[in-house]
Design a protein around this ligand. Structure first.
Ligand code: DC
Length: 229
């Protein structure tokens, strides 16, 4: 069967990565978490003191960008982890510190250019599921299947809080909700590749769906689409 590119875009904390990962596993595709790549660049900037008063030093980051290498590797337990210059940063990139700074970094043109180049290279043989904000619009505008995922802010904040608490982070529903709303605003109003639904994307509102329901919805979409090629 011909392999296709599957682009899953949408708001923060909609469960995009869960559904993209589940689908990739079921159909034997490679999953590429593009948000993790922007998070890893943010982690680099934090580790190297490139933020002062919450503002990124763009010049210093632009000088360092060619030295920032991100890849996905399997750990001893077989789980995929995001690596920054050869070292796993999987735990760090999911914390609130990175979450609070990542939108600023993801809005920078030179950062996006470098990440998009890497993502296009990773997906050039097709057989990939990518999730992000600009996959269907910029990274793979010719993707055979594009999905735009959304859910209410309340539902998203609750899901994200549960995830953070399970990881031992000390935060509140209000703080998480504020972070999500701030990221929605920055992601959809930025000049560089803003989050938007492209005309040929299928909308998936999963506010009232279980993980099993959304997985089934996506699998059916894939089967329908792949039979067309
Ligand atoms: O999906 P996520 O929450 O892990 O993404 C982290 C941040 O990176 C989010 O604020 C939006 C940004 N992002 C982006 O601008 N483009 C992408 N393709 C993926 C993520």
């Amino acid at each position: 069967m011909r392999k296709i590119v599957i682009a899953i875009d949408g708001y923060s904390s909609c469960g995009k990565s869960t559904m993209a990962k589940d689908l990739a596993r079921k159909i034997g595709y490679t999953y590429i978490d593009t948000g993790a790549m922007y998070r890893a660049v943010t982690c680099y900037a934090l580790q190297h003191g490139l933020f002062s008063d919450g503002k990124i030093d763009e010049k210093a980051l632009s000088q360092a960008i060619d030295d920032i290498h991100i890849c996905f590797c399997r750990n001893a337990a077989g789980q995929v982890e995001t690596c920054l210059n050869g070292k796993s940063v999987e735990k760090e990139i999911r914390g609130m510190d990175v979450s609070n700074h990542v939108s600023q970094v993801a809005a920078l043109g030179f950062v996006r250019k470098a990440m998009v180049r890497q993502q296009q290279e990773m997906g050039k043989e097709k057989g990939v599921v990518l999730d992000g904000r600009d996959i269907g619009s910029v990274v793979f505008p010719d993707a055979e299947l594009k999905v735009f995922v959304t859910a209410s802010v309340e539902v998203r904040a609750k899901r994200r809080l549960d995830e953070l608490v399970a990881k031992g982070e000390n935060t509140t529903l209000e703080e998480v909700k504020k972070n999500i709303q701030m990221r929605d605003y920055i992601d959809s109003t930025r000049v560089e590749s803003p989050l938007r639904k492209v005309d040929d994307a299928v909308v998936l509102d999963n506010s009232n769906m279980s993980i099993e329901e959304q997985d089934a919805f996506l699998l059916a979409l894939y089967e329908e689409r792949v039979s067309m090629f």
